[in-house]
Design a protein around this ligand. Structure first.
Ligand SMILES: Nc1ncnc2c1ncn2[C@@H]1O[C@H](COP(=O)(O)OP(=O)(O)O)[C@@H](O)[C@H]1O
Ligand SMILES: [Mg+2]
Length: 504
């Protein structure tokens, strides 16, 4: 145990809600945000340092400082002022451990009590970390304790990862994916599917260690198999289908299934069948052909699903859906909607293992204040958010625009990992949507550095700040820093010029 100070008596305390302590000169430096413990008659009290300030009685009276310094000398030349400078810590009691019970503190510590830095075991118990099987995210800020989050607590009731752009969301997500891939079967492996909007995760497929646990599907690879396509899905993609149009489509699709009897067919075949059908009115025919041609134009429809269900969701495996080659947001939403439904439906029938569906730029797929028909993937994301936990279908929503993310979906994310956020509106929104955030914790969020995060909610018993660990997997080549990219471009250009000169 490392002692850092002694509880002092002040006008307000020590009380149940707060106490001050004078910090040892020689002790390890105390930091705001650090957890400390004290032995009290009730048990061991855990508290958090919420403020540190300095005090020096020589400087307490403005008029004396001014009078003394009128002589032209500094106070420090007249008095031994340094010896009288104190560091005072203010801490907030959080819990008391007695035997194996954790309770709210209901009795203050005493003046004179020794304040110690909380040790790893105590912190793990207090925060509810799973040092044995948990997912290693990093270390608690100012402590050496690994933050190993319990898989169920982190993901079962969904996770949101929020920060400004460049705050480290994707980096952290890679760390989480590594942890998911590194789990052994006896520790419980889930399937991971990620919507990769920038092709940032494809590095996993080039990494020795993870290569054989990764599948990559690009927007071009992605296909919806027409033989198993339902008309209700078509009317989801094309919301203004009339009853008549829907009825005719159903008939044609049924005909197609009978005509092809298990042989492959695609939208071209369906379009041809509509064109040749004698029962459809010609006006309906034209509309249906136009609609289906539009769908065909997306390039999303083929003779069978890709990825197949087996590739999409495998235990201890990640499927990266790299949609960076799809420029249209609506098409991206179509894809997310299709995969989300497919995962959720298969999971409710227990045809695939428990999974986590990670959605980058979630505000684009489940935007707040936009109708469901206008954002095709919003419905399914909200559905998984509301109902997924019963079936162990987890969501991990990543966003740099929390205000624009569906409140229905965000409010169902019981764990939040928040990295640097600077916009006051976003901060406010986060304060309202994350439970148990005090003002001083919230204020710290805007001063977080890249790679520092706040974890709140279900995953932890008490909000903690974390230094995210270094990733083990290879970073994707894409997304090089601006400066580096400019230098690379310059070098290439110089080289080309040289080559050209030596050629002439
Ligand atoms: N924990 C970390 N340790 C080291 N570098 C990090 C860490 N987190 C983020 N970075 C770096 O910061 C930059 C932005 O991170 P990124 O995850 O892409 O941000 P975001 O996804 O929030 O936009 C990247 O270059 C990344 O390598
Ligand atoms: Mg990112």
């Amino acid at each position: 145990m490392m002692s850092i100070g002694t509880v002092i008596s002040t006008q307000e305390g020590p009380s149940v809600s707060g106490f001050s302590f004078v910090i040892n000169d020689d002790g390890p430096l105390a930091k705001q945000g650090q957890f400390v413990t004290l032995k009290t008659p009730e048990g061991i009290m855990v508290a958090r340092i919420c403020n540190i300030f300095k005090s020096n009685r020589y400087f307490q009276r403005a008029e004396s400082v001014r009078e003394y310094e009128k002589s032209g000398k500094k106070m420090s030349e007249i008095f031994p002022v340094e010896r009288w400078e104190y560091l005072i810590g203010e801490a907030k009691p959080l819990a008391v451990f007695s035997d194996s019970l954790i309770q709210r503190p209901c009795f203050p510590p005493s003046p004179g009590d020794t304040v110690e830095i909380a040790d790893g075991e105590m912190l793990s118990r207090f925060i509810g970390l799973d040092q044995e099987k948990g997912m290693d995210i990093g270390k608690i800020n100012f402590h050496d304790t690994p933050v190993k989050l319990n898989l169920t607590k982190l993901l079962q009731k969904h996770l949101a990862i929020l920060s400004i752009s460049g705050g480290g969301k994707s980096y952290l997500t890679s760390v989480i994916i590594e942890e998911l891939l590194d789990r052994k079967p006896e520790e419980g492996q889930i399937a991971t599917v990620i919507i990769d909007t920038h092709g940032e995760y494809i590095g996993f497929a080039e990494d020795e260690k993870y290569r054989n646990k990764v599948s990559i599907i690009t927007g071009e690879d992605f296909k919806i198999g027409v033989p198993r396509l339902s008309v209700s899905l078509i009317s989801h993609f094309v919301p203004d289908l009339t009853h008549v149009q829907e009825r005719e489509l159903r008939r044609i699709f049924k005909n197609a299934r009978e005509a092809f009897k298990g042989r492959a067919y695609d939208l071209n075949d369906i379009i041809r069948m509509i064109a040749e059908d004698e029962k459809v009115k010609s006006s309906t025919k034209d509309i249906l052909i136009t609609l289906l041609s539009h769908l065909r134009g997306t390039g999303f429809f083929g003779v069978s699903d890709n990825p197949s269900l087996d590739t999409l969701a495998k235990q201890g495996h990640v499927t990266i859906i790299d949609v960076s080659d799809i420029t249209s947001l609506r098409k991206r939403q179509m894809l997310v909607s299709y995969l989300g439904r497919k995962l959720f439906d298969a999971r409710t029938e227990d045809r695939i293992p428990p999974f986590v569906f990670i959605v980058e730029e979630a505000h684009n797929f489940a935007p707040e204040g936009v109708k469901r028909e206008a954002a095709l993937s919003k419905g399914i994301i909200e559905k998984i958010a509301r109902e997924g936990r019963k079936f162990n279908s987890s969501l991990c929503l990543i966003s740099q625009r929390p205000i624009q993310l569906s409140t229905t979906a965000l409010s169902q994310c019981n764990s939040h990992i928040i990295l640097r956020v600077t916009n006051p509106y976003d901060l406010d929104h986060i304060g309202r949507s994350s439970e148990g955030l005090t003002r001083d914790v919230l204020n710290t969020i805007s001063s977080l550095r890249v790679g520092e995060a706040l974890i709140v909610g279900e995953a932890v018993n008490y909000p903690i700040f974390v230094k995210v660990r270094e990733r083990k997997s290879k970073k994707s080549e894409r997304g090089i820093p601006l400066e580096e990219d400019a230098v690379r471009y310059h070098k290439n250009k110089e080289k080309k010029n040289q080559d050209a000169r030596s050629f002439m």
